[in-house]
Design a protein around this ligand. Sequence first.
Ligand code: BGP
Length: 460
Amino acid sequence: MVDYKFPKDFWWGSAASATQTEGSHNGITGETVWDRWFSEASNRFFDGVGPGKTSDFYHRYKEDIKNMKDIGHNSFRMSISWARLIPGGTGEVNQDAIDFYNAVIDELLAQDIEPFVNLFHFDMPIELQDKGGWENREVIDAYADYAKVAFDLFGDRVNKWFTFNEPIVPVEGGYLYDFHYPNVVDAKRAIQVAYNTMIAHARVVKLYHANYEGDIGIVLNLTPSYPRSQNPADLKAAHICDLFFNRSFLDPAVLGEYPEDLIDLLEEHGQLPETKVQDKELLKNNIIDILGVNYYQPRRVKAKEYLPNPYAPFMPDWFFDNYEMPGRKMNVYRGWEIYEKGVYDIMINLKENYNNIPSFISENGMGVQNEERFIKDGRIEDDYRIDFIKEHLKWIHKAAEEGCNVKGYHLWTFMDNWSWMNAYKNRYGFFAVDIETGERTAKKSASWIRDVSKQNGFNE
Ligand code: BGP
């Protein structure tokens, strides 16, 4: 029998985001890109369900936080909705939002659950998107003002802050592959958005370090890029993929600079973003204290084989192709590969190439369709989720044993919630939510994680 014991004070918990849980019609006066997009194209959302219909954390947070406590959470990552706190994105602060976030943070602390607070989870206030979103440097100023408001209001109790969740997602979704508003397809603009996001990030890290005490970081969805073969063309393709999807964010955040070969590649293909002279120093001097790693799946990559496809526009012939590795294990509901060792490879990379930065798994999880199929004696017997978590935890344990600075594991997500385009198609929670009544019911994985969290590990 193997004893999987985790490092002392390991963070057990889960993550959620404002838009996906709070309910966009509860005390919120500002709209986000999600309200706009849903109003324009509700047919693109699963079952036509938009961000108005969420698990209503806004009214039920006390019950939810008590449930978190019951299943052994000692930490929880939430996000603040910029549009709720400052409707319109700039100017007056919404008292209802102050009261709500104060109440949530106080309730978490009262239950000995440490709040980790993220400032931006895909939810740009629509007024700022209409001004160009992250393409417009004025939006960076507005974001820094918003961050200051949040730090001033909640920083006396919140000691772990995150600037962005998965900054690549609004870039690829909104500016490359048409799955987020504003549905632009333009590589050059995408690269500008990615760059400006990291400038906004560094501005806020600087602001925090100069005025507050605590840790600040970023949450990145790192996707190890595995080449189809050791053939130089496949290796090169995997390297390009890694540069774009991981290192465009990881390197500036942790090392304070962009990889030279990324800059060379962009220059060679006429894709360099516009920069300002002071940016380099800003990035250099404002690196993070802590890194959140969201890990769902790796990327399998092969050398470009086809001519550019007009329906997948940013696939120029110098880029790469995705590769469907035969025999790979899949989460068929979400269409994502399951490869547990990926999480270990990420941690080893952070140890070897990123100063062993303090990090934690800030999201990992398994979305499953029609989970009611698995109800037995009134609860969902989600053994597949337990196995999924356990197999990832084994690799995280191994990484920790080998000296990786991994401090915790957060599941996506605490309770079933609305998702960006998939609405309620795939359920991820430890708790099931009846969308009509709002009733929460613990799944089998909830009692399993309670035991694991309380014993700080498991045997097998
Ligand atoms: C991450 C996001 C989450 C969440 C999760 C699951 O990328 O940070 O917000 O949604 O993925 O993905 P999905 O809901 O698309 O299945």
